[in-house]
Design a protein around this ligand. Structure first.
Ligand code: MTE
Length: 320
């Protein structure tokens, strides 16, 4: 595996710049970009993928101080080039291939057992949701981890918008399906599209988050633009990218990886250092972009917020 190394003292620019300067500069840049002033000026400003995103002017959003970290943020240069997004390849350097993803127009369909079924345009959704930034740890079952500033909104807000009916105990999430754009989807042995699921109780937990941005910008495509799930107490594969549909249902969804290998990738997939996976030890994790290893924490350190969800569930493999 290829990992870019970054030493602890090399702070990402976002951390090294006072927040007020940072906000002003981004607002000015967003304004200039909107007016076309930057185009062809020869100022040497190379637009990033994020700056092509029409929602760029919304970011950065205010940080919610309730979510704190026990470690430094992982550098953007590292996480932006080390991704799992099988639609674009089964290796970590999918970021060039992922740029083919067309993220406008983009809609999210809310359907199933709800009072307000609707197809909502991503920019309309961004306009009505209370956007905030949260610092979260993120632990992959492959035993690497990162700590990143996601922007977005609580999944509970989307649940409120949908207004689930009695018996709608599960949410089934689905990623786009377009093999012409996502070469990985031509591999017929995978059960495309990527699907994930949560219980309604998990989805309304305060930690469940729909990310639309990262590092104070819209999500770059490789992170699952324009909207993805983030459930930081579960292994990373639960955090489905580029979501186009959320169906409320009374049936437990079978997720992408569960369908491929249920004995290794279960529905619950809560992080637990004492439940080993057949392929990777789970007791510790490698912090991306550093030489550091840390002991993995139960529920990835979010036990206080989520353990209650599971206390009355018996006879289930809650941790894999
Ligand atoms: N979502 C889709 N649609 N396709 C994927 O391949 N990979 C999952 C998850 N969501 C994946 C996905 C896995 S295995 C991980 S670890 C995380 O995305 C990786 O997120 P990151 O690339 O932002 O770190």
């Amino acid at each position: 595996m290829f990992i870019l190394k970054k030493r602890g003292w090399e702070l990402p620019e976002r951390l090294a710049t006072p927040e007020t300067h940072y906000l002003n500069r981004r607002q000015i840049l967003a304004g200039l970009a909107g007016s076309g002033v930057l185009l062809g000026t020869g100022l040497g400003i190379r637009p990033s993928f994020a700056e092509e995103d029409p929602s760029a002017g919304l970011y950065p959003v205010e940080r919610n101080a309730s979510f704190t970290l026990d470690r430094d943020l992982t550098a953007e240069e590292v996480t932006t080039k080390y991704n799992n997004f099988y639609e674009f390849g089964s290796h970590k350097q999918i970021y060039p291939a992922a740029q083919k993803l067309k993220i406008r127009p983009w809609t999210v369909t809310l359907d199933g057992m709800i009072d307000n079924p609707q197809v909502v345009d991503i920019d309309a959704l961004l306009g009505k949701m209370p956007l905030e930034e949260r610092l979260y740890r993120f632990r992959c079952v492959e035993a690497w981890s990162m700590a990143v500033p996601w922007s977005g909104f609580a999944l509970s807000e989307l649940v409120k918008l949908a207004s689930p009916q009695a018996g709608a105990n599960y949410l089934r999430f689905e990623t786009f399906l377009d093999p012409a754009v996502a070469g990985g989807q031509k591999q017929a042995w995978y059960p495309w599209p990527y699907v994930e699921g949560l219980t309604l109780e998990e989805a309304t937990n305060e930690l469940a988050f729909m990310a639309t941005g990262i590092y104070g910008k819209p999500l770059a495509k490789q992170y699952g633009a324009p909207i993805r799930l983030v459930v930081p107490w579960k292994y990373g594969f639960k955090s489905i990218k580029s979501v186009v549909r959320i169906t409320f249902t009374d049936k437990r969804p079978v997720s992408f990886w569960e369908e491929i290998q249920a004995s290794e990738y279960g529905f619950w997939a809560n992080v637990n250092p004492s439940v080993p996976h057949r392929r990777w030890p789970q007791s510790s994790e490698r912090l991306l972009g550093t030489d550091e290893r840390r002991n993995t924490l139960l529920f990835n350190g979010y036990e206080e917020q989520v353990a209650g969800i599971y206390k009355n569930i018996t006879g289930e493999r809650l941790f894999m």
